[in-house]
Design a protein around this ligand. Structure first.
Ligand SMILES: [Zn+2]
Length: 504
């Protein structure tokens, strides 16, 4: 007797379908598992025996073979426990086989027949919907997550007896109804809490409006990380597609502890000792790294120069391509990683270069050597670079409360709309994504501004790349003014945000 049940696991960010075929034949009693199963699946055999015994399912003494198809994909999950158990129960005549083949079934068994949650359920529910299955049967803890997919019936599995009884029609299924309409989350940290720091606030607004990466250079205690944490709140609110993408990544990483979609832009702040796999993804599975957990949000690199050079270099490709490809013996997989970077560093080894309160003890040579730890190509990824001074107590006390994030966000949204309209014929939609051809096309300067720009470039010996960054920023500053032309005042402001280009 043969029965077939469908289940699923995730590879990268996407789920794939697996068929569990269970066959029972007369012969020497035994239980065989074939089809490239990992230890996690093989250990399921032991859990299965205990669960079946504890739930009083008697097995006939038969030879049972379980095949997982397709065979070439490595299956590394405990999610197949429940479908395998149901297959075994069906071939032992406790369940009509035709009842269990119309949905996708996932769940880990505990020894007493209870059912534990598995990872990646949102992606699995999406797959079940696309593949036209009637329902998805998931552990209770995963049910709210499965319901986020929206369009498929979500049945809840609490324990093995309840599942079998429901399949037999003895008790009704417990179901999870899908969530209401999507709403973007509230702003969590408000800019109005930051006193003073007018230029830094302005830089943050420009970064948000044009999607530019931002580098903050300042002494310890100048509030660099407080500023960085407020970037997600002034970016445009998340839409449902972005929210589903980001939630799926957290679901696969087993980091989804809430029962709703992630509706605010993520802010990730990995420590400088993070491994390459931790940052860009890898390890067993492989799992998404910090850059994918920051997808559609902000990656904050505090103490930038403390990160190993090698780690920082691994960031270059995903920053460029907005996705990361991890190559494995079994093939390569891609995680999305569209994120904006804010980085912070001290201005010099002692931390107090250009500080009013304390004297810097570093030589010019030491400062230059320190700053050169940031390679040219990586430095080029930061459009905006500015010094953030530490404010004295009196300065902070005299400052008025700043504008709220909501007010700033309205200007950012208007500037983004202005860009979307201009770039409707292009493949990109915000200024930071312009290549050099597009910069020539969209960032033309009037004659007077052009002269000022040329003089400035000569005096400071700026590279062509730096010049391009300044033009892109000028474009964003003009967009915040809703000005079709880049005017002299816009250019002048942009020239103020390249502090690392100036020679020491
Ligand atoms: Zn110093």
């Amino acid at each position: 007797m043969l029965t077939k049940i469908f289940t699923s696991d995730v590879f990268g960010i996407n789920a794939y379908q697996v068929a569990v075929e269970v066959d029972s034949q007369t012969g020497i009693p035994g239980f065989h598992l074939v089809g490239m199963a990992s230890t996690a699946v093989a250990e399921g055999k032991t859990r299965l025996r205990s669960a079946l015994a504890n739930c009083n399912f008697k097995l006939h003494s038969k030879r049972i073979t379980v095949n997982l198809a397709p065979a070439e994909i490595k299956k590394d999950t405990t999610a197949f426990d429940l479908p395998i158990a149901l297959g075994v129960i069906a071939v032992n005549d406790h369940l009509p086989p035709e009842k269990i083949g119309k949905g996708i079934i996932v769940g880990e068994l505990s020894l007493n027949g209870g059912i534990r949650p598995v990872r990646g359920v949102l992606a699995i529910a999406e797959l079940a919907t696309k593949a036209g299955f009637e329902y998805i049967l998931v552990p209770q803890e995963n049910a709210p997550e499965a319901a986020l997919a929206g369009e498929i019936e979500v049945r809840i599995a609490e324990n093995l007896n309840q599942v079998v009884n429901s399949f037999q029609g003895l008790i009704p299924w417990k179901k999870m109804v899908s969530q209401q309409e999507f709403r973007a989350g509230e702003i969590e940290l408000d800019l109005k809490d930051i006193k003073g720091q007018k230029r830094a606030r302005e830089a943050l607004e420009i970064a948000a409006a044009g999607g530019h990466n931002l580098l903050l250079v300042g002494p310890p205690g100048s509030g660099k990380s407080m500023l960085a944490k407020r970037l997600p709140g002034i970016l445009p609110p998340m839409n449902k597609i972005e929210s589903l993408e980001t939630t799926k990544i957290y679901s696969i990483s087993g980091l989804l502890n809430d029962t709703s979609l992630i509706s605010t832009r993520p802010f990730r702040s990995p420590h400088h000792t993070v491994t390459n796999a931790g940052l860009v993804g890898g390890g067993p599975g492989p799992r998404p790294g910090e850059i994918s957990l920051a997808h559609n949000g902000v990656l904050f690199l505090d103490e930038l120069l403390e990160f190993s050079r090698n780690t920082l270099e691994t960031l270059r490709q995903p920053m460029e391509n907005q996705q990361i490809t991890i190559t494995r013996a079994k093939g390569s997989l891609t995680f999305p990683s569209s994120f904006q970077v804010v980085a912070a560093m001290n201005p010099c080894p002692c931390g107090y270069h250009n500080d009013k309160s304390r004297e810097c003890i570093c030589s010019k040579f030491q400062i230059r050597k320190y700053r050169n730890k940031l390679s040219g190509p990586l430095r080029d990824r930061f459009d905006l670079q500015l010094e953030v001074p530490a404010l004295s107590y009196t300065e902070i006390m005299n400052e008025e409360e700043g504008e709220s994030s909501a007010t700033v966000r309205n200007r950012v949204l208007a500037a983004r709309k202005f860009q979307i309209r201009r770039y409707r014929e292009e493949k990109f939609f915000c200024n930071s994504n312009m290549d050099s051809g597009s910069i020539r096309k969209y960032c033309r300067l009037q004659q007077e501004s052009q002269q000022l720009f040329s003089r400035h470039l000569e005096r400071h010996k700026y590279s062509v790349r730096s010049a391009d960054k300044i033009l892109k920023m000028s474009r964003t500053i003009a967009d915040l003014d809703l000005s079709p032309e880049i005017e002299k005042k816009h250019l002048k402001k942009a020239l103020n945000f390249r502090c690392l280009d100036d020679s020491i």
